[in-house]
Ligand binder design. Structure first.
Ligand SMILES: Cc1ncc(COP(=O)(O)O)c(C=O)c1O
Length: 488
């Protein structure tokens, strides 16, 4: 047994690094050789990894062999062009290389002094992103890991903004605190309810405002709910409006909601974690009209801007409120430039932070804003094409408006009217389609109905992959129809 007391030497790093880069390049180039979704059961992978760590060193070739045989083989491949599930997020070459470099620098951006270039590049990348997304200069921003965390910080800022001394006194054991209310819809992402849990507001703070037939928030209903709460002595703390909801990509009427919130002094947070990048395209700008009147906005470049997960951006008009909520400076972190530099530890719960902005910088420079827009437009065109295919199909029906790159649909057979049977049929169809290994789609429920979702936002997804998806859907549905002697 030999022990390795030190880090790799330069020669070893170069040799293994090249081997590793070759492995990644082959992986991405041949990714379609893998099934998008591995055919395995929970627990299968753990059986292949020894329960104890090795006492001595292992050979890098063995490690790479295990990456091939135990890891890559057993992954759901998000970078696969047939990955059309959830909100698919794909990583690009420049993003992967930036991630590599970020690990090499290994800086911890707690304060300016601990990572000056990381802090200032983040400030600049927020400005670049703000310009790309047509967000007004009234906002500044910060990068967190995920939209859930961005939103939690936005709601914490909203809570701080109402001056109830929660920072000092907390919320427990107080008789002087009224109920603080957050308004969402039944289509809003669960991360908002999780933020309420985290911030001690509790689920009782959540009001789900009724939606219109297109799943968007009904502003008149919002106004009614707020009025009722005010009459009870509750405090309307925050409205979360979504542009691009998780299930159907519905669009809340942000402009109307913003006007109402501004008039009534309620914090408006806009969740556009998925669709926000589309605000960069002129023809779609009107959808985002009004988000500049919000107090905070979240957009996730890791969802649809080809940044390897994770990178979420929170834009906020009054960062000083966020700072007031979170800044707490122990002696050992005080520096001589605290008055003039940004210390990101002041704007959230985490102290240590990764050098994420490098990924955005590489991607903006590699593609340029025009290049990025072209890729996004291509996805939107593919979505239109698939929508048309569904509209013209004998056995499929569209279940929601197609606003961006996500299509909600289901199989509908003439002699099957029962909703339970339709659910079983669509679930079976989804499973069979996913078993082919060629594409991966997921489901949701809209108005209680089981609905299939197909998402087109992968950087490697081309028209041929969409055509393949259409063929697979056709083929698998026909098999089910024949097998179950349906319609005909
Ligand atoms: C609209 C919306 N908001 C928030 C989230 C949560 O994103 P994250 O995984 O970055 O926390 C999602 C996830 O899909 C989402 O669709």
């Amino acid at each position: 047994m030999t022990l390795k007391p030190k880090d790799m030497n330069k020669e070893e790093f170069i040799k293994l690094g090249y081997q590793f880069v070759d492995w990644i390049a082959d992986y991405l180039d041949n990714i379609e050789d893998y099934d998008v979704l591995p055919n395995i059961e929970p627990g299968d992978i753990k059986k292949e990894i020894p329960p104890n760590p090795p006492k001595g060193n292992d050979n890098f070739n063995n490690i790479l062999k295990d990456v091939d045989e135990k890891i890559a083989k057993n992954l759901t491949h998000w970078n696969h062009p047939g990955f059309m599930a959830y909100f698919s997020s794909t990583s690009s070459g420049p993003g992967i290389l930036a991630e590599f470099l970020s690990a090499a620098f290994n800086v911890n951006g707690m304060v300016w002094k601990s990572a000056p270039a990381s802090v200032e590049l983040e400030e600049r990348m927020i400005e670049w992103l703000r310009e790309f997304l047509n967000i007004s200069n009234d906002f500044t921003g910060i990068i967190y890991d995920t939209a859930s965390v961005s939103t939690m910080h936005a709601i914490a800022a909203a809570r701080e903004s109402i001056n109830l001394e929660i920072r000092n006194k907390g919320m427990s054991g107080r008789n002087d605190l009224p109920l603080l209310k957050i308004y969402i819809t039944d289509q809003t992402h669960s991360s908002i309810e999780k933020a309420a849990l985290t911030l001690g507001l509790g689920l009782q703070s959540i009001t789900k405002v009724k939606t219109n037939s297109n799943f968007s928030m009904n502003t008149a209903e919002l106004e009614k709910e707020v009025k009722t709460d005010l009459a009870k002595g509750n405090i309307p703390l925050c409205v979360v409006a979504t542009i691009g909801t998780t299930s159907s990509t519905a669009i809340d009427p942000v402009n109307e909601i913003a006007e109402f919130c501004n008039k009534n002094n309620i914090w408006l947070h806009v969740d556009s974690a998925y669709a926000g990048v589309i605000s960069s395209i002129d023809e779609y700008k009107n959808i985002f009209e009004g988000w500049n009147k919000a107090d905070s906005i979240v957009v996730n470049p890791h969802k649809w801007l080809f940044v390897p997960i994770d990178l979420s951006s929170l834009f906020i008009k009054k960062p000083e409120i966020l700072k007031r909520a979170f800044s707490l400076i122990p002696e050992y972190l005080k520096t001589e430039v605290d008055e003039i530099a940004v210390n990101y530890m002041d704007y959230g719960i985490q102290l240590g932070r990764r050098f994420r902005s490098l990924k955005l910088w590489f991607i903006f420079r590699y593609y340029g804003t025009e290049g990025l827009r072209e890729i996004l437009k291509h996805h939107l065109q593919l979505a239109k094409k698939f929508e048309q295919w569904i509209d013209e199909h004998k056995y499929f029906e569209k279940m929601a408006e197609v606003n961006f790159g996500t299509i909600c649909f289901r199989a509908r057979i003439k002699n099957v009217d029962d909703e339970n049977k339709l659910e079983l049929l669509n679930k079976k169809l989804m499973d069979e389609v996913n078993h082919t290994g060629k594409i991966f789609i997921t489901h949701t429920k809209l108005n209680g109905k089981f609905v299939l979702r197909l998402v087109l936002s992968g950087i490697r997804t081309e028209e041929k992959h969409l055509e393949l998806a259409e063929n697979i859907l056709d083929e698998q549905l026909n098999k089910l129809i024949k097998g179950q002697a349906l319609d005909g």
